[in-house]
Design a protein. Structure first.
Length: 83
């Protein structure tokens, strides 16, 4: 996975996290996914797997609006392609 792809994903996650309509529990999981992807000590497949687990939990949250849910699902699709 290219660093550009990871940076693009991190940018999207940061934009979602900064949205005032996002519940705190979702923001916490987004922070966790960001930390997983930024972890320089882990191999890329482990980073992706950890981030996917967090993002899949986020995607099922009832309080997440449709637009941000679709953005999360797109990220899951991109990351899933690298597994």
């Amino acid at each position: 996975m290219a660093n550009d792809d990871i940076n693009s994903i991190l940018n999207i996650l940061n934009v979602i996290k900064e949205d005032d309509g996002i519940p705190r529990n979702v923001k916490a999981r987004i922070d966790s996914a960001i930390c997983c992807l930024n972890n320089g000590e882990r191999e890329i497949p482990l980073k992706i797997n950890s981030a996917l687990q967090e993002l899949e939990e986020i995607s099922t949250d009832k309080n997440l609006d449709e637009y941000n849910r679709l953005e999360i699902l797109k990220i899951i699709g991109v990351l899933g392609g690298y597994q």
